[in-house]
Design a protein around this ligand. Structure first.
Ligand code: MLC
Ligand code: AMP
Length: 494
């Protein structure tokens, strides 16, 4: 029996070695496998069959990790959902993915049940308690690990489009195994490593980069429920590695206790999901003696490039294509001339199988020769390091989370008294970019910032809601009638 991802994740697991460290509690690999097996039995008892989707909107806890791994062991497809999503946001994912089971917080169980269609609903709270945990504690060990092929789906991760609705990126066992194996080798992970895991596990960074690489190495994870700079700093002397978004690093730099001594036992700091400012890189190096290793990835592709483990880690670049990943710069007319700026396109075992039930969007995303068009603009320097110089997609990345302006604009425009709006990302010291809305009201309308934000709170996850709303008489447009967002950004930045 083979189950490529499950087998790969536990290939170096020594039964008595620590897998998960939560405060003073240590769970070894034997214990982890037992808990995962019990959860897999509970999934089967809840009606989950191979190939079924298991949607999870749960707070990060060890039980959430068991659920992910159990879904894989049961041959099902894991569908993680940001805990910040509101019920209206959730409804779309559940309708589109048609999961067999939804696991959610007990507090929203009834609301979720009402939109879950034919799916069963189980619960897990932030402490890992709930009906699924109860079922797992009653269940015996998993009867068997369900056989899967390399090309079978392991996960569907939703990612928004610039227009239209979110698309489910279908990730196969091969995608996830190959990417984690490559990163483990490149970043020299071994069973001696202790990774501080402070990322959310509803996106590929925390889920497939951090968890998969650590487990596949037989390493331990210090499991933190969310990012808290002081808590990360306190655990640093016990750890060897950290993975984070740039906000982690800027917030850690605000901690007076961050210095060469606290970071002495660490061998690797990885940053990704959003651009790391060169200034953060330099300041970090001066304070800790470590060069942050920046890498570049996407939901659809996992990781594509990385700065070298040995050799220069160049600030403002994302390094080289990973072994086995083909990467080129091109545009509609063809390859970008040397030194020029072009669209980043990638091909390799890491690249997803397509968008769930969406052959048209899948076809649009690929070139005829199999390269996936990322929507990111890149440029190689003379030494072949890739820099991400922009995005050919209207996207804001705030604290490592993606916000599609159109989605926010649609919600604002639907409010009474609003003519139209434009949503842009403005530079923000903590979050990289901050969602900012420029709004045109109807004549005489009095709707204000607080009222708009209160209305949006019912519809949109908190990270998508504007940090600032500016009222204007008109939006600047070009001759084609298109809103000039670059101009707006420049005006607002003044
Ligand atoms: C939370 N808030 C945010 C936010 N996170 N606002 C903007 N951007 C964010 N990223 C808002 C909440 O809605 C809330 O608002 C307030 O901030 C406080 O919430 P919090 O939960 O206490 O926030 P905080 O702990 O400060 O979280 C910030 C953060 C977190 C940066 C630590 O967002 C985080 O862990 N980000 C990592 C995201 C990630 O994993 N990205 C990887 C994607 S995969 P209010 O109004 O309710 O008070 C990917 C591919 C790749 O991109 O290459 O990796
Ligand atoms: P997502 O769709 O949430 O997976 O986000 C992927 C996007 O994050 C990429 O297309 C890039 O625009 C951005 N991204 C990821 N890593 C980096 C990085 N190191 N530097 C700049 N942008 C990045």
């Amino acid at each position: 029996m083979t189950n490529p991802l499950y087998d790969a994740l536990f290939q170096h697991a020594r039964p008595a070695a620590p897998a998960l460290i939560v405060g003073a509690d240590v769970l070894d690999y034997a214990g982890l496998k037992r808990r995962v097996g019990a959860c897999a039995s509970a999934l089967v008892a809840a009606g989950v069959r191979p190939g079924d989707r298991v949607a999870a909107q749960v707070e990060k806890s060890p039980a959430n990790l068991f659920l992910y791994l159990a879904t894989i062991q049961a041959g099902a497809v894991y569908l993680p959902l940001n805990t910040a999503y509101t019920l209206p946001e959730l409804r779309y994912f559940l309708e589109d993915a048609e999961p067999a089971l939804v696991v959610c917080d007990p507090a929203v169980r009834d609301g979720v049940a009402a939109i879950a269609g034919r799916a069963a609903v189980e619960t897990l709270d932030a402490a890992g308690q709930g009906t699924l945990a109860d079922a797992a504690s009653r269940a015996g060990p998993a009867s068997a690990t369900v056989e899967r092929a390399d090309d079978d789906l392991a996960a569907i991760c939703y990612t928004s489009g610039t227009t239209g609705r979110s698309k489910g990126a279908m990730l196969t066992h091969r995608n996830l195994v190959s990417n984690a194996a490559t990163l483990r080798e490149l970043w020299r992970f071994t069973a001696d490593d202790v990774l501080i895991h402070a990322l959310p596990i509803y996106h590929v960074h925390g889920l497939f980069v951090a968890i998969n690489v650590a487990l596949m190495s037989g390493a331990a994870m210090i499991w933190q429920p969310k990012f808290d700079a002081a808590a990360v700093l306190a655990d640093m002397p016990k750890a060897t590695a950290l993975m984070g978004v740039p906000t982690f690093y800027t917030r850690l730099l605000d901690q007076p206790g961050l210095n060469r001594e606290t970071a002495a036992g660490m061998r690797l700091f990885v940053s990704g999901s959003a651009p790391l400012l060169a200034q953060t890189h330099e300041t970090w190096r001066a304070r800790t003696g470590h060069a942050i290793l920046e890498r570049y990835g996407m939901t659809e592709t996992g990781m594509n490039t990385s700065n070298p483990y040995e050799g220069d880690r160049v600030a403002g670049t994302v390094g080289f294509a990973l072994p086995g990943v083909d990467l080129r710069l091109a545009d509609a007319e063809g390859p970008t001339p040397a030194g020029g700026i072009g669209m980043i396109e990638v091909r390799g075992p890491n690249v997803f199988k397509g968008y769930w039930r969406n052959p048209e969007k899948t076809a649009e995303a690929f070139r005829d020769d199999g390269f996936f068009v990322t929507g990111d603009l890149g440029q190689f320097d003379a030494r072949g390091y890739l820099a991400i110089v922009g995005r050919d997609k209207d996207l804001i990345i705030t604290g490592g989370l993606n916000v599609y302006p159109k989605e926010v604009e649609n919600e604002i425009d639907a409010l009474p008294g609003i003519v139209e709006s434009a949503v842009v990302g403005l530079a923000h010291a903590d979050l990289g970019e901050a969602v900012t809305a420029v709004v045109v009201r109807e004549k005489g309308a009095t709707i204000d910032e607080a009222e708009i934000l209160a209305a949006l709170a019912e519809r949109l996850a908190g990270f998508k809601r504007p940090k600032r709303i500016v009222f204007v008489e008109d939006l600047p447009r070009n001759a084609m009638g298109k809103v000039q967002k670059a101009l707006l950004r420049a005006q607002l930045a003044m």
